[in-house]
Design a protein around this ligand. Structure first.
Ligand SMILES: [Zn+2]
Ligand SMILES: [Zn+2]
Length: 277
């Protein structure tokens, strides 16, 4: 078997069991599916069992590091993994692939919660190939705090398990299940009005998940800043400028989607035709 020594000094070789590439899957999602493929329910158990020789491998992968090592293990090129993974470059700026998320590493831009779109999980089970356990996969935008809904299925992401009431986490390797065993692909999420999906459609479009729309003002901003601008413009319009400073940018998800989508339309120029559809 081919072995490679990485920059961290670890000796790694491609694992015999593989998973199929999944578009828009972040590195930690890929590691999770690899763990599932090898019969583990968490990435942590899997990583300690295969003795990589890298102390905080799971934590590093969660933060967009050790991608070369993950590429060696999975046989999926590092550049392909990086294209859908949030990482911080040498200058401290935060990216997903080539898309600038923030000029600095801002922990508020992403969340460690394990939100999912049940419709995406169902589509994975129905349409992907390979073992059923490895079909459901995460999308990188599920973990961005600015994104509240899945623009493909037009419904809010689910952050709480309906069976046990607990907040979903990424602790389990498969995105399909809650810690209580609930199958999240069987849940129904709250559908939004198409007009309230405009902001998420724009953000996910910048990441390539849906058709990209142009917006003269927002296109010039890092993704997370554009998201904050939409929320603040929408909120100022709905509740007035006094509402801006009270609770920071934390709002209930459906209201966040409405405010941000309103902000998207209000800040568009007459040339941004997508904003008026
Ligand atoms: Zn979806
Ligand atoms: Zn649960």
């Amino acid at each position: 078997m081919d072995k490679s020594i990485t920059s961290s000094g670890a000796v790694l070789s491609r694992l015999p069991l593989r998973v199929r590439f999944a578009s828009f899957e972040p590195a930690y999602g890929l590691l999770g599916r690899l763990a599932v493929r090898h019969g583990y329910s968490t990435s942590r158990e899997f990583a300690s069992e295969i003795s990589l020789g890298i102390r905080n491998f799971v934590h590093d992968v969660e933060n967009g590091r050790c991608l070369a090592e993950l590429a060696l293990l999975t046989g999926i090129p590092e550049a392909v993994i990086r294209a859908s993974t949030r990482y911080v470059d040498e200058s401290g700026a935060m990216f997903i692939g080539g898309e600038l998320l923030h000029a600095r590493d801002d922990h508020k831009a992403s969340s460690a919660a394990g939100r999912v779109c049940p419709d995406c999980l169902r589509a994975d089970l129905d349409e992907r190939e390979g073992s059923m356990a490895c079909r459901p996969h995460r999308r990188v935008w599920w973990d961005l705090t600015a994104v509240t809904a899945c623009p493909i299925h037009g419904a809010l992401l689910i952050g709480t398990c309906r069976a046990c009431g607990g907040r979903l986490s990424r602790e389990l390797a498969s995105p399909r299940y809650c810690r209580c065993g609930c199958d999240l692909s069987e849940l129904c999420s709250v559908a939004l009005e198409p007009s309230d999906l405009a902001a998420d459609r724009y953000l996910v479009g910048r990441l390539g998940g849906v058709e990209r729309s142009t917006h003269a003002l927002l296109d010039s901003m890092p993704l997370h800043i554009a998201a904050l601008a939409m929320i603040r413009i929408g909120r100022a319009s709905l509740v007035g400028a006094r509402g801006l400073s009270k609770k920071g940018d934390r709002i209930e998800p459906a209201m966040q989607a409405r405010m941000a989508s309103l902000g998207y339309r209000l800040s568009a120029s007459p040339l941004d035709t997508d904003a008026y559809q």
